[in-house]
Design a protein around this ligand. Structure first.
Ligand code: MEV
Length: 433
């Protein structure tokens, strides 16, 4: 229902905000419903995570157990609303725990930030000044980087890039950072904003009005192609016997290989194929209190790095060995932000044995690969709807408040039938009569 403009909404108290919205909605039950989703102890903390908080939006916090990753077992928390994602991760974890587990490696951990600016003078003049300007920027930044340096991070490099071929007078500073165990967004953005000021100062001191420098913006980049984790599983083809009764292990591996190759050539398939990886990645990223939007943006950009959006995963089946891998940028941390302040994110870290950022990258990648493996396995054998429909039926029964006996009967009845909300409701109505 469209409403009318509410002036000064953010200045109202929570109760007032709810009252105004309920008034526009013409539904007095809104307040009680929202109130019922408030936390009895930690609501103040949740309110503080965002603005205009009215309640909490619940999502399931589940666990996919028995992930063998680099020789260690992890029971991995996942926050996801899509039924069967946790089940799919768990099934793959179980299978691979019996076949050597997941192997993972962090290839690199550099992040990038940028100061975008225009310089109306001669580019050669700017380039001539670059060595002294760079030193000036670095020494001014030290105030903000010294703590991070003590922890082993800081600024790794700064480059001046000339963008005048694309936009008149446009230049940028590309700054690479190491942020150790934090995702580093606040650190990077603070350093960059300070650097932008230093850049302006330097230009005022050293250049004339004709060589004016104007900062457009200073911000980290969510494209992190130098913050990469790689994950893989491998097993002899014979390991896939019994994977599905309708198919031999050789045929299974052959179809699997073709499925991955299709995602290297066809963008419609590639996006969905990669979404199967993101099912696992997002769920663990969210459970750990990390920024899943940043991860999503970075990973999809990485999938397009060749100029064409492609599969993130690769497969090889030479010498009868199935080797399935993927690599992707994962800019996540284990300290700072929600990772420390959300009570369940803290529990996630505890359940994962207090990993450092690199270990968390490897765990997240393993769950991504697990979900991806399960998705392709289902797609090339029985399809995904059977598993989905089971969960769908359970959800419908839940919504219709079915009793234990009703659940049992309905599941039996729909075992080999198409599941729809109306079908289940009709069946229950008959059964209840
Ligand atoms: C559904 O959430 C994910 C899949 O579509 C992934 C895929 O198609 O590979 C099953």
């Amino acid at each position: 229902m469209p409403g009318s403009i509410i002036n000064g909404f953010s200045k109202l108290s929570k109760q007032e905000k709810i009252a105004v919205l309920a008034g526009q909605l013409g539904d007095a039950t809104l307040g009680n419903e929202l109130q019922s989703y408030n936390h009895p102890v930690s609501q103040e903390r949740f309110n503080g995570f965002s603005e205009n908080t009215l309640a909490n939006f619940y999502l399931p916090y589940g666990v996919a157990p028995n992930f063998l990753i680099n020789g260690e077992i992890f029971h991995v928390p996942m926050v996801v609303e899509e039924s069967s994602v946790v089940a799919a991760a768990s099934a793959a974890a179980k299978f691979w725990a019996n076949h050597g587990g997941f192997h993972a490696e962090v290839i690199s951990t550099l992040k990038t930030g940028q100061v975008h600016f225009t310089f109306s003078g001669n580019g050669d003049l700017l380039r001539k000044h670059w060595p002294t300007l760079k030193e000036y920027l670095l020494s001014n930044a030290r105030l903000h980087t010294s703590n991070m340096e003590k922890r082993g991070g800081g600024i790794i490099n700064i480059c001046l890039e000339d963008g005048t071929a694309d936009i008149t007078n446009y230049f940028r500073l590309n700054v690479s950072f190491k942020t150790v165990d934090s995702m580093g967004a606040n650190f990077i953005n603070s350093v960059l904003e300070n650097m932008a000021e230093s850049l302006q100062e330097y230009c005022l001191i050293h250049f004339t009005n004709q060589d004016e420098c104007n900062v457009i913006m200073a911000i980290l980049s969510n494209y992190t192609p130098d913050c990469i984790v790689k994950c893989w599983v491998e097993a002899p083809v014979s390991a896939f016997s019994g994977m599905d009764e309708s198919i031999s292990p050789y045929r299974f591996v052959e179809k699997f290989e073709t499925a991955v190759k299709i995602a290297e050539t066809d963008i419609y398939r590639a996006v969905t194929h990669n979404k199967g990886i993101m099912n696992g990645i997002d769920a663990v990223v969210l459970a750990s209190g990390n920024d899943f939007r940043a991860v999503e943006a970075g990973i999809h950009a990485y999938a397009s790095r060749s100029g064409k959006y492609k599969s993130l995963s690769k497969i090889s089946t030479s010498n009868n060995v199935f080797l399935f891998s993927f690599e992707a940028p994962l800019n996540i941390g284990v300290v700072g932000g929600l990772t420390s302040s959300h009570p369940l994110a803290a529990r996630t870290m505890q359940l994962l044995g207090s990993p450092d950022a690199k270990q968390l990258m490897m765990i997240v990648a393993a769950v991504g690969l697990a979900n991806h493996f399960s998705a392709i396995r289902a797609l090339i054998t029985k399809g995904i709807q059977k598993g989905h429909m089971k969960m769908h039926l359970a959800n419908i029964l839940n919504q219709l408040n079915a009793s234990e006996a009703e659940i049992k009967e309905t599941k039996l009845y729909f075992a080999a039938k198409h599941v729809s909300f109306s079908g289940v409701r009709e069946f229950l109505e008959q059964f209840r009569k």
